[in-house]
Write a protein that binds this ligand. Structure first.
Ligand code: PLP
Length: 377
C-alpha cells in the first residue's frame, strides 16, 4: 500500500475523546452522584479507589494524593529524605522525577540508561553511591519496568530506599510482579494523558509499608492526625472525590485498553521489521510492557522522519528532547554534555508513535505506510 494514493488522515498521539465516548453514560452518572452528595475531598470514592488500586498493584496500602509529582515528593518526605541527601535516578525521564527530588532539598544524582530499554542501567548505579545517598528512584519509562531485581540488589547492599516512579507503567509486570509493588513506594500518576488518566490532576502511592502509608496520609492533609491536631507541618495534596469516582469507572477498562496498546505495538513490531535505521522496542524476558508510549529508535534521520509523519497528519513526538542533566534548571548540579552518552543518544533517536487503545486498523496501516514511504525515497 502506498501512502501517496491515500487521503491524509489525522492521527493524534492520544484520542481521549473517543475513549470518553465509549463510557460517557457511566462517567456522567459517577460525576452526578458526587454533585448530588456535595462531598468533594477525601471521601468514600477516594477510599474505594485506594482499595482498588492497592488490589490491582498487589500491595497492602494505597494513598491517594493530588498528582504523580506529589506521590514522588510525599514518598521522599515521608522517608525523611531532604537537605543534604542524594537520590539516584535516570536523566532520561520527565522533569517531575528530578523536580520532586530537588524540592525536598535533596540532590538528584543521575546514572545513565541501558540503551535497549531506555531505563536506568543498574550497573551504572553503584559508582554514583556516596555517603549521602539515601534512595534510588528508577522510572518505568514508556510503560516498561526497570530491572527491579538488579536495582533492589544494589539498594539492599547499600541500605538504600527504593521508590518506583510508576507514572507511566500502571499494570506493567516484572517476573509476574506488578509495577509499583517492587519497592518501598510505587508512585502512580493519573494525569489525563497517562494510561489510567483522570479528568484533572491526581496521583497515588502504593506500598506494603504500613508506617509509610500512614505518614503519607498525615502529610497529604497538613500534617493532621485528627481534625486541627498537627504534629508535623504537611501539605495540601488531597485527592478529589470527583477524580476518584472517574478513575473507579476507568480502572475497570484499563486491562482492556492495555491489551489494545500491546496489540498495536505488536502490529508495529511486525510491520516495521526490516527497515534498516529503525529499532523497535526491546522487551526483556519476563516483563510485560504496557506501552504508555511506543517508542522506536531512528538512527540519523529521526527528525526527518518525524517531520514527514507530522506533515502527513500523524502526531509522532519526541519523549524526551532534553535529558535532565542538560536542563537549564539543573545547571547547578554541574553536569555537562557527554556525561550520560546513552541518554543523549536516546534524546537524538527516540520517536514515539500513536499507540493508544482507540487507534484504528486504518490508522495503523496508514502510519506504517507513511514510514515506509519515507524510507523508499
Ligand atoms: C507524568 C509523570 C510524572 C508526574 O506526574 P503528574 O501526575 O503529572 O504530576 C512523573 N514522572 C514521570 C516519569 C511522568 O511521566
Amino acid at each position: 500500500m502506498s501512502a501517496k494514493n491515500q487521503t491524509k488522515m489525522q492521527v493524534p498521539l492520544l484520542n481521549l475523546r473517543a475513549q470518553y465516548k465509549s463510557m460517557k453514560n457511566e462517567i456522567g452518572s459517577a460525576i452526578q452522584k458526587i454533585l448530588d452528595n456535595q462531598s468533594f475531598i477525601l471521601g468514600p470514592e477516594v477510599q474505594a479507589l485506594e482499595n482498588e488500586v492497592a488490589r490491582y498493584c498487589g500491595t497492602r496500602y494505597a494513598v491517594g494524593v493530588a498528582s504523580g509529582t506529589d506521590a514522588l515528593f510525599l514518598s521522599l518526605k515521608a522517608m525523611s529524605i531532604g537537605d543534604g541527601d542524594e537520590v539516584i535516578t535516570t536523566p532520561f525521564t520527565f522533569i517531575a522525577t528530578g523536580g520532586a527530588i530537588h524540592n525536598t532539598g535533596a540532590r538528584p544524582v543521575f546514572a545513565d540508561i541501558d540503551p535497549r530499554t531506555f531505563n536506568i542501567d543498574p550497573s551504572k548505579i553503584k559508582e554514583r553511591i556516596t555517603k549521602k545517598t539515601k534512595a534510588l528512584m528508577p522510572v518505568h519509562l514508556y510503560g516498561l519496568m526497570a530491572d527491579m531485581d538488579a536495582i533492589n540488589a544494589v539498594a539492599k547492599e547499600a541500605d538504600l530506599k527504593v521508590i518506583e516512579d510508576n507514572a507511566q507503567g500502571i499494570g506493567a509486570t516484572y517476573k509476574g510482579k506488578v509495577a509499583g509493588s517492587m519497592s518501598d513506594a510505587g508512585c502512580i500518576s493519573f494525569f489525563p494523558g497517562k494510561n489510567l488518566g483522570s479528568y484533572g490532576d491526581a496521583g497515588m502511592v502504593v506500598t506494603d509499608d504500613e508506617k509509610l502509608a500512614k505518614r503519607i496520609k498525615v502529610i497529604r492533609v497538613h500534617g493532621s492526625t485528627s481534625k486541627y491536631i498537627h504534629e508535623t507541618i504537611g501539605y495540601n495534596s488531597r485527592l478529589d472525590n470527583l477524580q476518584a469516582a472517574i478513575l473507579l469507572v476507568k480502572l475497570k477498562y484499563l486491562d482492556g485498553w492495555t491489551r489494545k496498546r500491546q496489540e498495536n505495538a505488536a502490529y508495529y513490531n511486525a510491520n516495521l521489521k526490516g527497515l534498516p535505521l529503525i529499532t523497535t522496542p526491546h522487551v526483556p524476558e519476563h516483563r510485560a510492557h504496557v506501552y504508555h508510549q511506543y517508542t522506536i529508535r531512528v538512527a540519523r534521520v529521526r527528525n526527518g522522519l518525524m517531520d514527514h509523519l507530522n506533515e502527513h497528519g500523524i502526531e509522532a513526538r519526541i519523549y524526551y528532547p532534553i535529558p535532565l542533566h542538560l536542563q537549564e534548571c539543573f545547571k547547578q548540579l554541574g553536569y555537562k554534555k557527554g556525561d550520560f552518552p546513552e541518554a543523549e543518544r536516546a534524546m537524538d533517536e527516540a520517536l514515539s508513535l500513536p499507540v493508544d487503545s482507540e487507534l484504528s486498523s486504518e490508522q495503523k496501516e496508514y502510519i506504517v505506510a507513511t514510514i515506509r514511504e519515507f524510507f523508499s525515497k
